[in-house]
Design a protein around this ligand. Structure first.
Ligand code: PMP
Length: 286
């Protein structure tokens, strides 16, 4: 089946969907994105992703081309047209095509470019990696200073992912001023003595939608969550570690820079958080 994608109001077979060579997303990475998971044909934490999209656009002084209700319709229609049961909807908004290349933002007559596509991942929530956990390496955080805006400037995270691959591990954790900021495409946590520790929100990290839900659910389950920076040395001494993202959900981390974390296998706190998160998100999916 040919995948149907959405471009600027049209649903098209993927090989017929095009964006201009002058699009600022292409020339300047002048665009933002969101990834919403789909489980059982329904959208996970959609309201959170819509709210962050609006914030990213506002931070870049870009118009939001749709209302939340319109975004929801677009997501649902794309999921239905592609028969997605489990997977993701990728959404990108760029500052559009001003017809030439210029550093200055174009005027309001340049419409944003809107692209959405689905990625089908049957059994997404049953990812076998959750049973064994990820191994990570640390790498200096050389990204720009507004990581709270979800832009499509993903070259450094891609380089970090390749460094992880070369080291034959699953991911990399960024380190700045001696502390972990986040993973290449996820938020990072350690667990020490039943206390869950994760970096506080600032411009240094992406404000993960999964992070917000996991912290809320952990606190509701009477678990203690402390939002502060932690070091790689602390991670090596931790009982458990994990990452969160819309597509990996809650993923155990069992090794950092070659050192085993805890027993080197996914621990009970992370397993419980993953269970609670998936249960609650399936319940509230729309
Ligand atoms: N940090 C970074 C750098 C990311 O790219 C992502 C995933 N987009 C996250 C954290 C996790 O965010 P979310 O839970 O909203 O997917």
């Amino acid at each position: 089946m040919t995948r149907i994608v959405h471009v600027n109001g049209q649903f098209l077979p993927e090989d017929q969907a095009v964006v201009s060579v002058f699009d600022r997303g292409f020339l300047m990475a002048d665009g933002v994105y969101e990834v919403t998971s789909v489980l059982g044909g329904k959208l996970i934490d959609f309201a959170g992703h819509c709210a962050r999209l609006a914030r990213s656009l506002a931070e870049l002084e870009m118009q939001n081309p749709h209302t939340d209700a319109e975004w929801l319709d677009l997501h649902r229609e794309l999921v239905a047209r592609n028969g997605v049961v489990d997977g993701m909807v990728y959404l990108q908004v760029t500052r559009g095509n001003p017809g030439d290349r210029d550093f200055a933002y174009p005027g309001a007559d340049t419409r944003p470019t809107v692209v959405l596509f689905t990625q089908s991942k049957p059994g997404l929530a049953e990812n076998p990696a959750a049973r064994t956990g990820w191994r990570v390496i640390s790498i200096p955080d050389l990204r720009w200073g507004r990581r709270d805006i979800k832009t499509v400037q993903l070259l450094y995270p891609s380089m970090a992912k390749m460094a992880a691959r070369k080291a034959q591990v699953d991911d990399a954790w960024f380190v700045e001023d001696g502390a972990v900021t986040e993973g290449t495409s996820n938020n990072a946590y350690i667990v020490k003595g039943h206390r869950i520790i994760t970096r506080h929100l600032s411009e240094d990290i992406l404000h993960g939608i999964t992070r917000a839900a996991v912290i809320r659910l952990a606190r509701e389950a009477q678990m203690e969550v402390v939002e502060r920076p932690f070091t790689i040395a602390e991670a090596k001494e931790a009982d458990e570690a994990f990452v969160t993202s819309a597509s990996a959900f809650v993923m155990p981390v069992v090794e950092v820079d070659g050192a085993m974390i805890g027993k080197g296998t996914p621990g009970p706190v992370v397993a419980r958080l993953r269970e609670i998160y998936l249960e609650e998100m399936r319940k509230s999916a729309i």
